[in-house]
Design a binder for this molecule. Structure first.
Ligand code: XBP
Ligand code: MG
Length: 250
């Protein structure tokens, strides 16, 4: 039985990376007097590294002539980057269908959770500015677990807190890293690719959709059990996970 919907944040709830996190990293670099700027292509490649602090370190270690920062300096830089991200959060709209599906899921009695590798303050900022901060039964962010996505830890943690098994939930992700994390916890995954992940393959996804769809803006099915367009409802999710028998009530 479907009991919970588990949502990734960056790229899934909103397009946060290009005009949010990337811009915030660059402003923080400038404030700290670092001659570094991540253009769109550079940042796209860096997204393979989960986590902002890890991303900064990865870049510094591989860039000849880049400054050598201590872990403490990286932490301070990252903290400032997150403050700037929080200021930018109100400029980042929710993706189509997100608010509608959350509302329909609540009305259908499903539990809602967040499973993300971003920092908790970023999640709070984004949820609060969209009036969603009281909507989720469990919020697990980067600090909740040791290993970030693609490790399954954050999904395992969320399922533990909800008291559910993977087969009782559906995850919503926009990236291969996120897909692998959810699959690693045996959670079926709906993928809505985002700006930086559109070229990825998403093997093993339950379905890949343009977005979640609105009545006036149905989403194209890019890969999966149906063709055409769809406005995703809890009933679609039940059908995709458990098959036609449940959908027809038999
Ligand atoms: C997104 C990430 C994060 C953000 C930056 O993961 O990889 O690192 O880019 O966030 P998800 P922090 O889509 O799973 O949320 O700087 O707070 O790490
Ligand atoms: Mg994501």
């Amino acid at each position: 039985m479907l009991r919970a919907l588990l949502f990734d944040v960056d790229g899934t709830l909103a397009e946060t990376e290009r005009d949010g996190h990337r811009v915030a990293f660059n402003r923080a670099f400038a404030e700290f007097g670092l001659a570094m700027e991540w253009d769109e292509a550079t940042y796209g490649a860096l997204l393979r590294v989960s986590g902002g602090k890890e991303r900064i370190l990865h870049y510094l270690e591989r860039s000849p002539g880049a400054p050598r920062l201590t872990w403490d300096q990286v932490e301070r830089l990252h903290r400032r980057k997150n403050e700037i991200f929080s200021e930018l959060a109100p400029t980042l709209p929710l993706r189509p269908g997100v608010r509608r599906l959350l509302r329909e899921a609540k009305e259908a009695g499903l539990l809602l959770a967040i499973a993300t590798t971003t920092s908790p303050e970023n999640v709070q900022a984004l949820l609060a500015c969209h009036g969603l901060d009281r909507w989720f039964d469990v919020v697990a962010a980067a600090d909740a677990v040791e290993r970030k996505k693609p490790a399954p830890d954050v999904y395992v943690r969320v399922l533990q807190e909800l008291g559910l098994s993977g087969g009782e939930a559906v995850a919503f992700e926009d990236s291969t890293n996120g897909l692998l994390a959810a699959l690693g916890a045996n959670v079926p995954v709906v993928v809505t690719p985002s700006h930086y992940t559109r070229g990825e393959r998403f093997a093993g996804a339950l379905v890949v959709l343009e977005h979640l769809g609105e009545p006036g803006l149905p989403a194209r099915v890019l890969q999966g059990p149906e063709t055409g367009t769809v406005v995703v409802t809890p009933e679609h999710l039940r059908r995709w996970v458990f098959g036609a028998a449940v959908a027809s009530g038999t």
